[in-house]
Design a protein around this ligand. Structure first.
Ligand code: ZN
Length: 74
């Protein structure tokens, strides 16, 4: 488990998670460990996006993200 800390949307700076780890709103977390065949060999990049910034990001996609319905909603 990674240590909880305040998480901000990297694009707009909105707070996604509070100091106590309570989610303020749901967001997207991306973490990429770049490998040998990239120009960033050995670097781990990560960022978070809020839902509205995620929507703006995928609007620019030539091919939209795959969507599946969740079978179980808790
Ligand atoms: Zn945002």
């Amino acid at each position: 488990m990674r240590k909880e800390h305040v998480i901000y949307c990297n694009r707009c700076g909105r707070q996604l998670k509070g100091t106590d780890g309570t989610p303020v709103e749901e967001g997207l977390h991306v973490e990429k460990s770049w490998g040998y065949f990239s120009g960033k060999d050995g670097e781990i990049h990560s960022f978070d996006l809020c839902e509205s910034c995620y929507d703006l990001l995928v609007q620019d996609f030539q091919i939209p993200p795959e969507k599946k319905e969740q079978k179980i909603l808790i």
